[in-house]
Design a protein around this ligand. Sequence first.
Ligand code: ATP
Ligand code: MG
Length: 581
Amino acid sequence: MKLSHFLMPTLKEVPSEADTRAHSLMLRAGLIRRLTAGVHSFLPLGWRVMKNIERIIREEQNRFDCQEINMPVLNPRELWEESNRWTDFGDVLFRLKDRRGRDLCLGPTHEEVITDLARSFITSYRELPQTWYQIQTKFRDEARPRAGVIRGRQFTMMDAYSFDYSQEGLDKSYENQRIIYERIYNRCGLEYSLVGASSGLMGGTGSQEFMQLTPDGEDTVITCEKCGYAANSEVAQSRLNQVSEVVENPHEPEDVHTPDKKTIAAVSEFLGVRPMDLMKSVLVMADDKPVLALIRGDLEVNETKLMTAIGAEYRAMEPHEIVEMAGADAGFIGPIGWKTKPWIIVDESIVEGASYISGANKNDYHIKNIVPGRDFSMKTVKDIRVVKDGEGCPNCDSKIKISRAVELGHIFKLGTKYSKAMGAKYTDSEGADNPLIMGCYGIGLERIMSGAVDTHADDFGIIWPATIAPFDFIIISLMQTESSIMETAKNIYEKLKGLGKDVLWDNREYNPGVKFKDADLIGIPIHLVIGKNFLKDGLVEIKIRKTGERRKIKPKVAIEELMKIHHELINELNDSADQVK
Ligand code: ATP
Ligand code: MG
């Protein structure tokens, strides 16, 4: 491709819409263009990268005999009613009506459609296992689209689904996908951690996420350097540095006047006690039933953990609802003194037999000497706590570390949730019908692309891993009027193309500075410069973008040298995939 007629709108300045470094580089290198919130066009350079990622994913899935299919984006409501997700998906689901007024949605994921295929075509255990995948556009009306393509409302996902007849079968299919995912990320030059993840409300028997640790991530990952413990904060555990003590002969609960003291900080200061001597009460509504979450005063409730503990989505209560139910404002509620008791979920930080202060369900009053187990029920004790940096590792004597991360992919043992709900069965060796045992697995292609930019960049621009780079080589001919330079450039350009390589030839009549800057910014792995050196000594110069190394060589050995370097760059990445166990 000649750059003079190529769509590559590079930018010098950081665009104002960019909210991360990778996003800025993707805009500056002319990879993407925003159309509206969370919706982007891919320009030629960006689309070439996407196609390369797609090819790698396809090769790795096919290597394990997974079968590529393609499912429709447009889905009928009835199918989503069968799994109850027409309701459960809430506002994230893009909904529309056809000309006859029938409801449809744009697929945010494809468990329903795949389960429908499975129930139509799989009959016997003899046909199992099978794994089907697709690379398809997904639609999700995300609350906060951000960072360019990282959280889009329209994005590309490779989603795979496995079908087995035994738990061991599922374990194997899942393990295969874990290997496939690691191979894909290694080949794309990404660094990642595999962490334990929340199964959310999807049920299932286990799930893990591939996380790229980066300060620009929205997720939080907990790791222990000593023992290798790694988990998403939505499920991560830790040991508290301080634990409440059991009191020998506790006093009876007693009201204390705390006028206008509505926060943990205000109450603890007013009463001269530590925040950890208080209990924090969080009142929420799940399926029209009130739930009171109780946690030690110095700690916070993790929303996902609470949702998992409740087993349903919940919402915060309006101030007037709290007053109606508890008889007091949010700052004065606690576990005792209810007319109608809510379901109390107690965090593990609250110790049975210790003594705490909490709201009295009466404005301007708290109660002291509240003893869990004695004064309120400890029937539901769960870990609903936000884990903090520097707390103890749950598995060893070391301390945990908290990092920001972007979720690159998610592998999930679904079990029989969808097959049961939708009647997808197989016949076993005894002739009995059983629900299919399923797994689902998803990779975001845009997140691979932006993750690669995040990891591989310097002050001058992107440094593409050779496997996914938009072009293998860029030829930079300086002085377009010098016919010997142009002849040499053309010759090498044609030969490389003839060898099946992707080559960009910067034949623009710009000054060298502009051309070098653009070449660095767009990050093509190998540059070939034909300019003054050539005129003076008959030499062309190769630059390897990653290391900055330069080699001056004769044009007649250029092809051989370029191919060799390219081969090495590719092999390095592919070899790392072969290390995956
Ligand atoms: P997140 O927690 O980031 O919202 P998710 O848990 O909803 O993601 P999954 O449903 O597990 O995501 O989807 C599988 C993969 O698809 C994710 O690991 C991610 O790589 C990608 N993905 C999900 N949502 C988006 C999005 N809005 N934009 C781009 N990629 C996405
Ligand atoms: Mg996920």
